[in-house]
Design a protein around this ligand. Structure first.
Ligand code: FES
Length: 149
């Protein structure tokens, strides 16, 4: 065996011996990243407290916007002119589409088939026959809490 051939074989041998180590290092890093991503996805950002109340916003948000929407729980909270709070589901009782707040009429409108609901969830216009689900809501320490559990 010539010197050059010998060195080529040694080089290939060294590369081959380090390849599994490099591969394992990359795999371990990828596993850690995947695990971190999975953990992050598994941690819900909206978790009710031990009494079943979910914090969906602040008093300040409600005052500034007139309503607060929790897209994770599909709930909207309003404060009426008498300073009372109402929390209702954003899921239409007709066939399950999402309803949207209609500022011009201060109501919740379902674009699927035209149902309209008052901000307390009662039906203003069909085809929906049933009110939107409503939830207990309270204000505590500058937070708006809705009972979901
Ligand atoms: Fe809302 Fe039909 S699903 S009106």
């Amino acid at each position: 065996m010539k010197r050059r051939e010998f060195l080529n074989w040694v080089g290939i041998g060294l590369l081959a011996s380090f390849f599994p180590i490099a591969l394992a290092a990359c795999s371990e890093k990828q596993s850690q990243e995947t695990a971190e991503t999975s953990i992050a996805k598994d941690i819900p950002s909206d978790v009710p407290d031990s009494s079943g109340y979910l914090t969906i916003g602040t008093t300040q948000e409600l005052t500034e916007n007139r309503y607060i929407v929790s897209n994770k729980s599909n709930i909207i909270v309003f404060r009426n002119s008498s300073n009372n709070l109402s929390a209702v589901s954003l899921i239409c009782t007709h066939q399950g589409c999402s309803v949207d707040w209609k500022k011009s009429s201060n109501s919740l409108y379902c674009a699927c088939h035209g149902s309209e609901f008052a901000v307390d969830g009662t039906v203003l216009q069909g085809p929906a026959l049933d009110s939107l689900s409503s939830f207990e809501v309270k204000e505590e320490a500058e937070s708006i809490l809705v009972k979901v559990g």
